[in-house]
Design a protein. Structure first.
Length: 255
């Protein structure tokens, strides 16, 4: 049986303040948890209903395992319809990257993306197309938000997400900076070459002025119908697809 203090502790991790304080985030469902178990992430605790324990396989000895009832799982879940297990996973130590580390490949950068579902979808899309890294501005939604984690469908276990001051990161680089803008060149006629950084902006405001000033080439996805705008997650998928299709050096090779 879960104690009141255990329930209170897990519920506190629903909020960013306490995730940061305790350096833990939540992942739900045995399928998602096994993705993290197979990665470099460190699992701290697993709460699982008895019927699904076998799905987890043999857990590392250091993982604390609690067998719970569905009713108990509902008390700690972030989901309206809880799944069969919930894990507390250690948030990796924050590290910075330099733009120079992106040489010879393509990297996605998100400037001010706020919606958890959008970030989760973009991480999942990046994983599908073989992008192993993603950089977000410091004001973007947190990658360890439970809604983001669930939306990645396990891809967060494979795609590294960094948070950095984009101006400081991008200003020194000589890599091509492709910006998703409305007044750019047609994406279907753009030669992306074999390396570069693709920048996508906030859902409503687009790319910030200070980052926009650094862009070396504006690119747009042309509109053929009457929709006012395109979701940033969909835009990311189109950019990833076009880059892989057009880059003979990178296409078909896992990064």
């Amino acid at each position: 049986m879960l104690s009141k203090s255990q329930i209170s502790f897990v519920n506190a991790l629903h909020h960013k303040k306490y995730r940061k304080e305790h350096n833990l985030f939540i992942a739900e469902g045995t399928k998602l948890i096994t993705e993290f178990l197979a990665s470099d992430y460190s699992i701290d605790t697993v709460f699982c209903i008895s019927a699904s324990l076998s799905k987890l396989g043999k857990l590392p000895q250091k993982v604390k395992l609690f067998e719970v009832t569905e009713a108990e799982l509902k008390k700690i879940s972030t989901l309206t319809n809880p799944q069969d297990a919930l894990a507390l996973i250690k948030i990796p130590e924050e590290t910075n990257v330099s733009a120079e580390s992106f040489k010879g490949k393509f990297t996605l950068i998100l400037d001010g993306v706020q919606d958890p579902g959008n970030l989760g979808t973009i991480i999942r899309t990046a994983d599908w197309f073989g992008f192993s890294e993603l950089v977000c501005s410091v004001d973007s939604v947190e990658a360890y938000n439970p809604k983001v984690v669930q939306a990645t469908m396990g891809s967060l276990a494979r795609v590294k997400v960094y948070y950095q001051d984009l101006k400081k990161l991008l200003q020194p680089t000589k890599l091509p900076l492709w910006g998703a803008l409305l007044d750019g060149s047609n994406i279907y006629e753009t030669d992306f070459g074999n390396e570069g950084i693709v920048i996508l902006g906030n859902e409503g405001k687009g790319i910030s002025t200070e980052v926009k000033d650094l862009i070396t080439a504006a690119v747009t996805i042309p509109r053929f119908g009457g929709a006012e705008s395109l979701n940033v997650g969909v835009s990311a998928a189109i950019f990833c697809s076009e880059i892989k299709r057009n880059s003979t050096k990178m296409f078909g090779r896992k990064e």
